[in-house]
Ligand binder design. Structure first.
Ligand SMILES: *[C@@H]1O[C@H](CO)[C@@H](O)[C@H](O)[C@H]1NC(C)=O
Ligand SMILES: *[C@@H]1O[C@H](CO)[C@@H](O)[C@H](O)[C@H]1NC(C)=O
Ligand SMILES: *[C@@H]1O[C@H](CO)[C@@H](O)[C@H](O)[C@H]1NC(C)=O
Ligand SMILES: *[C@@H]1O[C@H](CO)[C@@H](O)[C@H](O)[C@H]1NC(C)=O
Ligand SMILES: *[C@@H]1O[C@H](CO)[C@@H](O)[C@H](O)[C@H]1NC(C)=O
Ligand SMILES: *[C@@H]1O[C@H](CO)[C@@H](O)[C@H](O)[C@H]1NC(C)=O
Length: 593
């Protein structure tokens, strides 16, 4: 709060001076920043005083001080106020928990303590199971249940720590088939737009605007219009035509409740799993519906699964939960980041990572963070991670931070809308904290061949550089339900300037300095798509009369892996290890899947 008001005072004085000084010309000088709205700093922001000042001896909060004015901007990114307030709560709790753990550790053997469990403990009577460390991509929660006689509906909910409904699935059972309604709810915005399967309107002649695009390559509604023949578990063919159910062949008295083989009195499974792009529901092993992640419906936010309705629950199962690894002190020595170099470094790599992605960070430490250039300190790699809304995750994250010394915590909760703040933070780190010649941004599911990146950079011009897989011709998504939706207020033009795809791009130091200064002076626009934002800032750098070098390299694969890759995206921890083994054994960049 102090710093905010200080800067505000200076700004007020500056405006005052401008007003009172005789104006030589009625037109503003053309050198001033042309584009972008005029921002100012808010006098205060709830929660900020709990986060500041960071501990002077903390090596995990090196850019906090520099980030502070960005949080107080009047044109802050959507979700900033909530992200800061929730981070303040998380930070207070973490401080208390760390102190308690330190006090307790004195009388206890090392390594013992609470951790993120690999399984769920469900309360079958209450129909709920806590997920103390949230969900990560690729996780699945399965419920086995028996529909009661006359069962008409059941509901499954993924709830966040603050009562937000990350995903609500309302399943109505009937002879006509399953009707599934999905939605999300936040305290700020209430219910979002409901998605229905089969889509509203006449099945068969459904309104084409309701045909949502596939999520992770899966249909949003699996239901096909018209007659369908399915088999139940007894291999009896059941013929379903529209609303008519013909079960004449069936000898049992049990009623088939829907076309998806949910049978009264017989156990069935419903699985909700998390993909890269959305949640998916499977019933008895068959894909039924998908629900694309929304701004506030990312899997890490989930704290609890709840199921209720006309069912008797038999069990909760889970796999792929975010589990922190057991610490092996011998390997910590190999994996811990070398101390920050005193002199200028060649490359800073900032890796976006979220709190409970424990396994992804370990995979990076064991693979491409073992390149000699990284171990020697010529290349510095740091994870940029926001705080989590879950206490257990924050405690695990804090321990990991202390062990490996390669995490930079952010003074906000990891909302998708705030990632651009991480980009700016990486620029700050690479210019003010470890001066680097080049600055790279990547993700924790990207494999980066550091040696190839270095040799490509040595061949390129080190001024005004943007290096990566460039998108030269793209336009904003104007569909409100898209994760990449951009309103005309946020970006009024029909096209974006050239930008590099987010899984991995590199900028030269002069650009990074321009970005940091532009945000200190409030002359650069904040924009929630971080990779496009970088393109917008570089355009402004160019508009200021500077030379820019935009270099595209199609060996940066933003949608997977291909032979001779320099960067491969969407690599799971297992694939990371496989790529690394292939590089070491065969000296070739060969993909693993
Ligand atoms: C930082 O300082 C505090 C007290 O000011 C101390 O309790 C803590 O152990 C120190 N942390 C490190 C990493 O040195
Ligand atoms: C902090 O602790 C309070 C009280 O125990 C709890 O209600 C809240 O959920 C916790 N928040 C976080 C983010 O840890
Ligand atoms: C769930 O679906 C049933 C039947 O369509 C409906 O009556 C109920 O209001 C729905 N509940 C919610 C929370 O949408
Ligand atoms: C389809 O739905 C949209 C939005 O609900 C509506 O504006 C449009 O008129 C519908 N078209 C048809 C052919 O029903
Ligand atoms: C399947 O149903 C038939 C009657 O339609 C019955 O004779 C048979 O035992 C059933 N098989 C199993 C495995 O339940
Ligand atoms: C399913 O039922 C429809 C209408 O009763 C009939 O025309 C069709 O031949 C049946 N299909 C099978 C595979 O029994």
């Amino acid at each position: 709060m102090r710093k905010c008001s200080g800067v505000l005072l200076i700004l007020t004085l500056a405006v005052g001076l401008l007003l009172f000084s005789p104006s030589p010309s009625p037109t503003p000088p053309p050198t001033a920043a042309t584009a972008g709205p005029v921002a100012h700093l808010l006098p205060s922001l709830p929660g900020l005083s709990d986060l500041y000042p960071p501990a002077a001896n903390s090596t995990a909060q090196l850019s906090w001080g520099l980030l502070r004015p960005l949080l107080c901007r009047s044109d802050a990114l959507p979700g900033t106020a909530a992200g800061v307030l929730e981070a303040a709560d998380a930070w207070r709790n973490l401080t208390v928990a760390v102190a308690a753990a330190e006090a307790a550790e004195e009388g206890r053997p090392q390594g013992v303590g609470p951790s993120c469990p690999a399984s769920v403990k469900g309360d079958l009577r209450a129909g709920r199971a806590a997920l103390p460390c949230g969900l990560a991509e690729g996780a699945a929660v399965t419920v086995v249940a028996v529909p009661r006689e006359g069962a008409a509906l059941f509901r499954v909910e993924m709830l966040g720590a603050n009562a937000e409904v990350v995903l609500h699935v309302n399943v109505s059972l009937g002879a006509a088939g399953m009707l599934v309604e999905q939605n999300s709810w936040t305290p700020e915005e209430g219910w979002g737009r409901q998605e229905r399967c089969p889509p509203a309107g006449d099945v068969g002649s459904s309104n084409s605007s309701l045909q949502l695009s596939p999520v992770d390559g899966l249909l949003v509604c699996n239901e096909k219009a018209g007659a369908r023949v399915i088999q139940d578990n007894n291999n009896t063919v059941i013929n379903i035509t529209g609303n008519q159910l013909e079960d004449g062949q069936r000898s049992k008295g049990h009623r088939q409740l829907s076309s998806s083989s949910i049978v009264e009195g017989e156990p069935f499974t419903v699985t909700l799993w998390t993909g890269l792009e959305g949640f998916h529901m499977t019933v008895n092993g068959r894909h039924e519906t998908s629900f694309a992640y929304r701004e506030r419906s990312a899997p890490w936010l989930v704290a609890e699964v709840k199921i209720y309705g006309d069912l008797e629950l038999l069990s909760f199962l889970a796999n792929g939960l975010p589990v922190s690894e057991d610490v092996d002190m011998a390997s910590v020595a190999f994996l811990k980041a070398p101390p920050l170099p005193k002199k200028q470094t060649f490359l800073l790599v900032g890796v976006f990572s979220t709190g409970n992605n424990f396994k992804r960070r370990m995979a990076l430490r064991r693979t491409w963070m073992q390149y000699a250039a990284v171990r020697s300190g010529d290349v510095v790699v740091r994870f940029f991670t926001g705080l989590h809304k879950n206490e257990q995750v924050n405690l695990e994250l804090w321990r990991e931070t202390q062990l490996y010394d390669d995490i930079q915590l952010m003074p906000f909760v990891d909302y998708y809308t705030l990632i651009t703040l991480k980009t700016i933070s990486i620029c700050m780190f690479g210019t003010k904290i470890v001066p680097a010649k080049y600055i790279m941004k990547t993700d924790d599911d990207a494999f980066v061949r550091i040696d190839e990146v270095i040799s490509s950079l040595k061949k390129s011009n080190s001024h005004g550089l943007l290096y990566g897989l460039i998108s030269f011709q793209s336009s904003p998504h104007r569909d409100k339900d898209s994760k990449w939706f951009i309103s005309r207020k946020e970006w009024s033009y029909d096209m974006y300037p050239p930008w590099a795809h987010g899984p991995g791009y590199i900028i030269s130091r002069d650009i990074a300095k321009f970005v940091v200064r532009g945000h200190q002076e409030l002359t650069l626009q904040l924009f929630k798509l971080e990779d496009v934002a970088m393109g917008i800032w570089i355009q402004q750098y160019k508009n200021n009369g500077q030379q820019v070098n935009i270099v595209t390299d199609d060996r940066f694969y933003n949608e997977g892996c291909d032979a001779d890759y320099v960067l491969a995206h969407y690599q799971t921890p297992r694939l990371m290890m496989c790529l690394w083994e292939k590089l070491k054994a065969e000296y070739q960049a060969i993909c693993c899947e």
